[in-house]
Ligand binder design. Structure first.
Ligand SMILES: [Zn+2]
Length: 246
């Protein structure tokens, strides 16, 4: 599987949203819907889009979902709690950043986070990771036809080598749950720092090398093994008033 990322500015913000396109042979899967349709079509070309996976229904991750639904006519997957975000500008946060936006997409399969999906030859495990929002999902995508992660790591020349362009057995899409050197904010509607801590710790138990995030550059499991504990400690101390060092 190959992953392309389109980074899109929303409003006047510098905080670009990442829309990812997974390509397997002549098929594609799109993760999130922030990029303009024309930019997605440039990457997709004449390949067939089999599904759209939504990490959460904050407006910047679904801003072009209605256009994608019409253009690709494929199923859209999102968490069962996302349903109410589509028509609620407080929950989808558009109200605070760009003005009220609601979304009309209908061909949606709502997930609990316990399913296994088989799409475009990949095994996809949606993982429910609330905290940044009540509907946050991560997606672990595995391609059994390529090297497993241990074999891949053995082949790497050095720890800092960029492996993003090498075929990988499993990659994680994190949405806004974690980033390269940060974690998701919890101050928007339905954000919850306690639940975010549980979700972040659960990501460290998954088998992946690269994680593709909802903003900023992609990251690795190795990097998250430092990043997540640092931020869990920060959230406990500053948001929950729990100081592990005392
Ligand atoms: Zn978000």
């Amino acid at each position: 599987m190959k992953v392309d990322t389109i980074r899109t500015n929303w409003a006047e913000s510098e905080l670009k949203q990442n829309t990812h396109i997974i390509t397997v042979g002549d098929k594609c899967i799109i993760v999130d819907a922030g990029a303009k349709l024309e930019d997605v079509l440039d990457v997709v070309g004449d390949k067939k889009v089999e599904a759209i996976l939504i990490t959460h229904a904050h407006f910047d991750h679904i801003s072009n979902i209605d256009a994608y639904e019409i253009a690709f006519g494929c199923p859209i997957y999102m968490n069962e709690n996302s349903k109410k975000f589509l028509h609620d500008t407080n929950l989808n946060a558009s109200k605070y950043f760009v003005g009220d936006i609601i979304f009309d997409a209908e061909n949606i399969h709502y997930l609990k986070g316990k399913e296994t999906l088989n799409i475009a030859g990949l095994e996809i495990k949606p993982i429910y990771t609330p905290g940044h929002s009540e509907d946050s999902m991560c997606y672990l995508c595995s391609d059994s036809s390529v090297l497993n992660n241990d074999e891949l790591i053995e082949q790497r020349v050095g720890a800092k080598q960029d492996i993003s362009n090498i075929e990988q057995r499993s990659v994680l899409f994190t949405g806004d749950t974690c980033f390269a050197r940060a974690v998701g904010r919890t101050d928007l509607a339905t954000g919850n720092p306690k639940r975010l801590i549980v979700s972040l710790n659960s990501l460290l138990k998954l088998d992946f090398v690269t994680a593709y995030t909802g903003h900023m550059r992609h990251t690795t499991k190795t990097e998250q093994q430092d990043n997540i504990p640092t931020w869990v400690k920060y959230i406990k101390k500053h948001l929950l008033n729990i100081d592990d060092d005392k």
